[in-house]
Design a protein. Structure first.
Length: 648
């Protein structure tokens, strides 16, 4: 039974995607009903998998075979994925009511669901890689869906990062397979333990390649550049999935790599901790500056990914006593997915009603919309870690894992200064989260209406959308108020994948010691909002409050570093090719002079007088330019791999 369910969850959405276009020809209503039924069926199958743990194997497929496994974190993420897909299917009918290219979106939407199931149910790194790449290319359609200049440029960035990350991941897996002889999760710890000390550097290099590949999809600094640009231009239901669950595919890969390859490696844990801390703080700062609703939520996702990465690092530092860190990590993965569903679907409702995401335009639009206001408030409170919401529970567990390790270092007489700094950055970032969410909530639901704001002629949110945001918001409250009966049980079962021990005794989630961390963050958030946001990021005008865009465009990492670097590589490659062609021309001319003394002009060397001359681009240049861009990045990866092989 488990074999059937595993294969069904992965391949059923692929098959279902085939029928999207034929159903649309029969009528839009048939297709709209269809895209709600498919994730519903997937959710039932994923829930059934809770009672049928097992494995499934497809030998010789793709050479190494595909392996799937149910149980623990695999099943939790499969259930979460199916639930989020179903919840985003409900508001999609209203959101896409008057849009074009919807069949294309739904087709890639279903393919991405199947690929994501393949990632989360993978029993080895090779299977994970195969579906990871399918997912990356299928979800590209979401980013470029609207086909405006911003969407096409964001799509280029998304695809370029995906290709670069995929190439780095492939190099890492080839190195691991050569070094260990297997990529199956369960075998990896024993194979790593059998390695000699002289092979550790090779293992670490392979792990870093994998980290770049997985980190690119997770939105980890410095490969986060796609995330703040893809979300604002993608449809709101797609943004909810990109932020809420697709980034978790990268986190899942980092978790597997960290736990099964580098669990006791201080170097590895330090890399994860530093990257996670920078991602956490930078995302919050970017969100605080943003005046675009979906961009703010996108930067917030980057920050929350940083929180999760800190939890991944703390698991390694705490060793066998890492229960709190492991529970906090898996629960924040789940909570973040649910929270972002509420917030991004709410953002979609705002966009449908105002046709804008700018705070200066949508200001005050939600004043008389109690259902939307309540749902958004619960989502904002949960991501800020307000006690009584599920976000408080997972953030408290992560915070307490840092405090636990600080106490352990002090008990051993070692310096804990670095980790105290991480703890304070954790609390300050939590405060910044509360501040930028307060900025959004007050701006949309409390401030006076902006001038010339259009009033909706129809109901602003249909029943299906109300069900999606309302049900998910209630889950955030139910989980937050009953952590012992809900979240802790989920954490215990999901963390088996991470090989943590049992926790004896009852956790006091609402004890004064645990509440202190949340209250400090909220106090910091209140201070930042009152002293910084209301004075620096807001300006009083005759019309009401204005929100200036204060983030310097020159600090855009993509435009400042990455695109110039790629253009430099492309120019260097073209120059080398031109030099090589010149040498060929010289040899041809020399051959003509030496061999055909009596018949000059037999060979006419190729001339290219347009080298370095760039004409105006045609209107439809996306495919050609993106393909060239991807080939450049692919070449960088192959050169790195060849350099490594030749150095041995």
């Amino acid at each position: 039974m488990s074999t059937f369910l595993l294969l069904f969850l992965v391949f059923f959405p692929f098959l279902a995607a085939y029928f999207v276009y034929p159903l649309r020809k029969r009528g839009r209503e048939y297709r709209n009903l269809y895209i709600r039924i498919i994730p519903g069926v997937e959710l039932l199958a994923a829930v059934a998998l809770l009672f049928a743990p097992g494995t499934a194997t497809m030998p010789q497929v793709c050479g190494l075979g595909l392996r799937f496994e149910a149980g623990s974190l695999h099943t939790m993420l499969a259930v979460l994925s199916a639930f989020l897909w179903l919840m985003t299917a409900l508001p999609s009918k209203e959101y896409f009511a008057d849009r074009e290219g919807v069949n294309r979106y739904y087709c890639s939407w279903l393919v991405t669901l199947g690929a994501l199931m393949g990632v989360f149910l993978a029993a080895d790194l090779f299977t994970l890689f195969v579906f990871f790449e399918i997912m990356s290319f299928a979800s590209y359609v979401w980013v470029a869906q609207n086909e405006n200049p911003g969407a096409l440029r964001a799509g280029q960035t998304y695809l370029a990062v995906a290709v670069f990350g995929g190439m780095m991941l492939l190099v890492g897996l080839l190195m691991l397979n050569h070094l260990l002889g297997s990529l199956i999760f369960e075998r990896l710890p024993g194979l790593v333990a059998a390695l000699g000390e002289e092979q550790y550097s090779e293992l670490f290099a392979a792990g870093m390649f994998c980290l770049v590949g997985f980190g690119a999809k997770a939105g980890m600094y410095p490969l986060h550049i796609w995330l703040p640009k893809a979300h604002p231009v993608a449809p709101a239901p797609a943004s909810a999935l990109l932020s809420g669950i697709l980034t978790k595919s990268g986190i899942f890969g980092i978790l597997a790599t960290s736990r099964y390859l580098f669990f006791s490696s201080a170097d590895w844990n330090m890399v994860i901790l530093v990257s996670g801390t920078i991602t956490m703080v930078l995302g919050a700062v970017l969100a605080l500056f943003s005046i675009n609703l979906k961009r703010t939520l996108a930067c917030s996702s980057m920050s929350q990914i940083g929180f999760i990465l800190v939890g991944v690092a703390m698991q390694g530092y705490l060793g066998a006593e890492n229960v709190l860190a492991a529970w906090g990590t898996v629960l924040h993965m789940m909570n973040h997915g649910l929270i972002k569903l509420v917030l991004f679907v709410s953002a979609g409702v705002v966009y449908v009603g105002t046709h804008s995401l700018d705070l200066n335009v949508i200001r005050g639009w939600g004043r008389n919309k109690p259902v939307l206001k309540a749902a958004f408030f619960i989502g904002a409170a949960a991501i800020a870690g307000v006690p009584g919401t599920s976000g408080y529970v997972s953030k408290t567990l992560l915070h307490e894992s840092i405090v636990e390790y600080i106490h352990e270092l002090e008990h051993l007489g070692a310096s804990a200064t670095g980790f105290r700094m991480v703890e304070w950055l954790f609390l300050i970032t939590g405060g910044l989260t509360a501040a930028y969410m307060a900025k959004l909530f007050v701006g949309i639901f409390v401030e006076s209406r902006a001038e010339n704001q259009k009033f909706s002629v129809r109901e602003y949110m249909d029943r299906a959308t109300q069900t999606a945001v309302g049900l998910t918001a209630l889950l955030l409250l139910a989980f937050g108020l009953t952590p012992w009966a809900s979240l802790q049980i989920i954490a215990e079962k999901a963390s088996v994948f991470l090989r943590v021990g049992e926790h004896h005794g009852r956790l006091h989630y609402f004890s004064w010691t645990n509440l202190q961390g949340a209250l400090i963050s909220l106090a910091i958030g209140a201070a930042v909002y009152l002293l910084v946001v209301r004075t620096v990021f807001c300006r009083k005008t005759a019309d009401g409050t204005a929100y200036p865009d204060l983030w310097p465009e020159k600090l855009d990492l993509e435009n400042l570093v990455y695109r110039p670097a790629v253009r430099g590589l492309a120019f260097a490659g073209a120059l080398c090719a031109r030099v090589a062609a010149g040498i060929g021309d010289f040899l041809v001319l020399a051959g003509e002079k030496l061999l055909y003394l009596r018949a000059p002009g037999v060979f006419v060397p190729k001339q290219n007088e347009d080298f370095g001359v760039y004409g105006r681009k045609p209107k439809r240049f996306l495919i050609g330019e993106t393909f060239a861009f991807d080939l450049t990045l692919a070449g960088v990866g192959l050169i790195g791999a060849l350099a490594y092989i030749l150095s041995r």
